[in-house]
Design a protein around this ligand. Structure first.
Ligand SMILES: *Cc1c(COP(=O)(O)O)cnc(C)c1O
Length: 374
């Protein structure tokens, strides 16, 4: 894009689009190919075989890199393909991983399974806990802030600085905030990791993930891992993801405003406890959130007194879809305890993802469902 530094919304709309050629579309369609024409010298083009590269991902990755302030990004077939690319390509036997004990559970599943079996030790710490004593001798520090589903925060700049001091690399799972809500690389992290299945694509229609970095060697490490292990996105999914990226800032604007309004409305009620949202002044790390996040996110959590009331509340909502995942244009919510494993939360704990409905309609629907189930 042009020499001038544009705002995040402008970048999101234009990032990764091809030059304006008469008679061509604004965004090129998906390129469906496994092998490409490749006579003679195989290095004449970056596109020879689609496990290595594809023009549709290349455009999407260029856009992601621009939004992340990265020099390169690799798109993956899912968020976990992106997370595991960082974990498994970085950690070797004898290494130490420091990771949150209250983050996305599948990261712990990999740490306690595949990584432990390969002789990697994991030191766990609460997201809001004291990270400094655990960093010595670490190879990789994994951060997720705000944490999912507890919405705790940690100071990314402070942890990244201390981790680098200790000789460790730092990865931030930025799924909840997205590249437009928080900038992991600018805060000092080596890897920005995201499940784009959530808010980054935001329509509940694709699985996607990415890893971005400013370090040439790390970018090659991640790209090589993807080429070798094959967790590549399909061209149609990458194209959908790129198309959805254009509206990310607009979606976040409405979603975060809805989440803020909902968090305030819930806080005003006597029949809801533990309302948590980084944008609330009552959040224990609100000032940190205001410092390191551009937007406070679309996820609000709160607790109802029992599993029964939580389920009844979800059934009584007209606009809120009962479903897992978060970040989409449709408001959705779930009782996390229904999974019976993973998150350490109360039985009546609700994770609520605010969508793009009109604020007044959404707040009225939630208040009405709570009133009906009192
Ligand atoms: C959903 C999620 C993932 C995994 O992403 P998939 O796209 O489902 O593979 C990883 N980290 C966080 C924080 C998530 O919310």
């Amino acid at each position: 894009m042009a020499e001038r530094e544009y705002g995040p919304g402008t970048k999101a709309v234009h990032a990764g689009l091809p030059p304006a050629e008469p008679g061509t579309p604004f965004q090129a369609g998906p390129v469906f190919a496994a092998p490409f024409h490749l006579a003679g010298d195989p290095f004449q083009t970056p596109f020879g075989y689609a496990r290595y590269s594809n023009p549709t991902w290349a455009a999407y990755e260029q856009a992601l890199a621009e939004l992340e302030g990265a020099t390169g990004a690799s798109a993956f077939a899912s968020g976990m393909a992106a997370c595991s690319a960082v974990l498994l390509s970085t950690l070797t036997p004898g290494d130490v991983l420091v990771a949150p004990d209250d983050g996305y559970p599948m990261v712990r599943t990999i740490a306690d399974g595949h990584l432990a079996e390969r002789g990697v030790e994991t030191r766990y710490v609460a997201t809001a806990g004291d990270w400094a004593p655990l960093l010595e001798g670490a190879r990789l520090v994994w951060i997720e802030t705000p944490s999912n589903p507890g919405l705790d925060l940690c100071d990314v700049e402070a942890i990244a600085a201390a981790a680098h001091e200790a000789g460790a690399l730092v990865a931030l799972d930025n799924t909840l905030a997205t590249a437009l809500g928080q900038s992991p690389l600018a805060l000092g992290c080596d890897f920005a990791v995201s499940s784009n299945t959530k808010a980054t694509t935001g329509h509940g229609d694709v699985l996607m993930g990415h890893v971005a970095t400013r370090d040439e060697a790390l970018a090659t490490q991640i790209h090589d891992w993807r080429s070798q292990t094959g967790g590549v996105p399909g061209p149609f999914e990458a194209w959908l993801a790129h198309r959805s990226l254009a509206s990310l800032d607009v979606r976040l604007e409405r979603q975060c405003a809805n989440a803020q309004a909902l968090a305030e409305a819930l806080s005003a009620r006597g029949d809801v406890t533990d309302v948590r949202y980084p944008g609330l002044a009552t959040h224990p790390r609100h000032e940190l959130a205001a410092r390191q996040m551009r937007r406070f996110g679309m996820v609000v959590s709160f607790t109802l007194e029992s599993a029964e009331r939580a389920q009844a509340f979800l059934s009584a909502c007209d606009l809120v879809i009962e479903a897992t995942s978060f970040g989409g244009i449709h408001s959705s919510a779930e009782r996390r305890g229904r999974w019976g494993h993973g998150d350490h939360v109360a039985e009546g704990f609700i994770r609520f993802s605010a969508g793009c409905e009109d604020t007044a309609d959404l707040v009225a629907d939630v208040n009405s469902a709570l009133d009906q189930t009192q």
